[in-house]
Design a protein around this ligand. Sequence first.
Ligand SMILES: NC(=O)c1ccc[n+]([C@@H]2O[C@H](COP(=O)([O-])OP(=O)(O)OC[C@H]3O[C@@H](n4cnc5c(N)ncnc54)[C@H](O)[C@@H]3O)[C@@H](O)[C@H]2O)c1
Length: 388
Amino acid sequence: MSISDPVRLGVAGLGRGFMLTLPSLRVDPHVTLVACAAPREESRQAFLEEFGGNAHASIEALAADPAVEAVYIATPHQMHREHAEILAAGGKHILVEKPLAVSMEDADAIVEAARRAGVHLITGPSHSFDQTVLKAAEMIASGVYGEPRMVHATNYTDFLYRPRRPEELDTAQGGGVIFSQAVHQIDVVRLLMGKRAMQVVAMTGNWDPDRPTEGAYSALVSFEGGAFASLTYSGYAHYDSDVLMNGVSELGQPKPEGTYGKERRALQSVSTPEEEALMKSGRTYGAVDAPPPAPHSEHFGPIIVSCDRADLRLTPDGVEVWGDLEKSFVPTPADPSPRAPVLKALYNTVRGTGAPQQTDAWGRASLEICHAILQSADEGGFVTLEYQ
Ligand SMILES: NC(=O)c1ccc[n+]([C@@H]2O[C@H](COP(=O)([O-])OP(=O)(O)OC[C@H]3O[C@@H](n4cnc5c(N)ncnc54)[C@H](O)[C@@H]3O)[C@@H](O)[C@H]2O)c1
């Protein structure tokens, strides 16, 4: 497919998030990378060598770059507000990494900045843009299977033991699995349900004093009309639920054998937070290459949706339908651009031919559920949601 007017895209932050979207940014016809902003000289140089264009040292310079129509903000969570405000004021449309922000006040400010400037804002790419999730949402919305009543989403990963910047281990600064991981599950279940979330009750786990932030949670979210979703996550690097996803990793790659305990083992070689942050930046753009194109769709762990007339199980290759009398399978072929749906959504939004559900207000509503999980775990009982 060729597109005559791809969105001229700038990127703010050439770290891990950018690396994971890079396989798509390299091949997707809906966007052309024309500029970046990055504080590190090596990253800017690597960008210029691969894409040409303009490599800026500040967000302000990126916001003032006339070659840029839209910017993918892939800087740390706590910077999203400042960067979105500067870019919106510069008239740039925005694709901002999840979570939209850390505090609800910052989320409000981002929504306000985008609206004041009249720019579009998409929150993503979260796993709600995965091909299988979008296919399942479309199948549920068709009504063929009856009302969605219950979603069960679970994921066991090594999230907490991947190398981290210090603030990623501090909940107050947006660290821990609630802001970085629960937000994926929240986006996914909201999209699959297609209904307003009402209340949340949750408990969280903060079990490792050396990494003193939430590493696990279980949450129950109620939806309009009595539907509900259970969300469970552990990032404590023991069980790996990718074994329930046909041995396919979150990024759609076959999981290599013999790598059990790899992240914990790697951490044994660092002794200070600074060394750990260096280990993280050593895995980003300009230092190592991005993963190759994935043969399967990305996923966020086992997810089953119970509707009146069928249970739908999401797999890395499509949707299993466990109906009343028969089972069937609806495939979602892997795309050479694994994150095509979010880039296509950005294109349609900027060109005025459609908008995804995952807008600025959507991102704020998902962030509210993150805060509700923390609040419920802290105070006990149900938290009623207001921004949905
Ligand atoms: N969707 C996904 O699959 C996914 C995966 C990883 C991270 N993320 C998201 O990406 C965002 C960044 O997290 P990360 O893990 O990539 O962190 P990271 O530390 O690897 O990358 C952040 C990058 O921002 C750069 N940066 C810092 N200040 C800047 C500034 N003022 N201007 C421009 N660049 C600046 C840093 O140099 C670094 O390269 C977070 O919001 C995170 O949730 C998303």
